[in-house]
Design a protein around this ligand. Structure first.
Ligand SMILES: [Zn+2]
Length: 83
């Protein structure tokens, strides 16, 4: 099975809600440089390596899809803290 990054975030939300998404943001790490100095909305990382770019793009697509289907109205504060 292969799903894109955006769908991976959506799957996490379906399985564990905003709590699981937040846990993945805070506790998982994909940055090639191992940078954990800055917590971005999508997690820790340098923000410029390919892994960080893909992760950031996938996370933003996930939020955009939520908005398109109106999920942000059901849980308006779930992902606003880091924005
Ligand atoms: Zn990085």
């Amino acid at each position: 099975m292969w799903i894109d990054k955006s769908a991976t975030w959506a799957l996490a939300e379906r399985l564990g809600g905003a709590e699981l998404v937040d846990l993945i943001v805070r506790e998982t790490h994909t940055c090639y440089k191992g940078d954990r100095a800055v917590l971005h909305r999508w997690g820790y990382g340098c923000g410029t390596c390919p892994a960080c770019e893909i992760r950031a793009r996938g996370y933003d697509e996930f939020l955009q899809r939520r908005r398109r289907i109106g999920m942000d109205r059901d849980a308006p504060n779930a992902y606003t803290r880091r924005h």
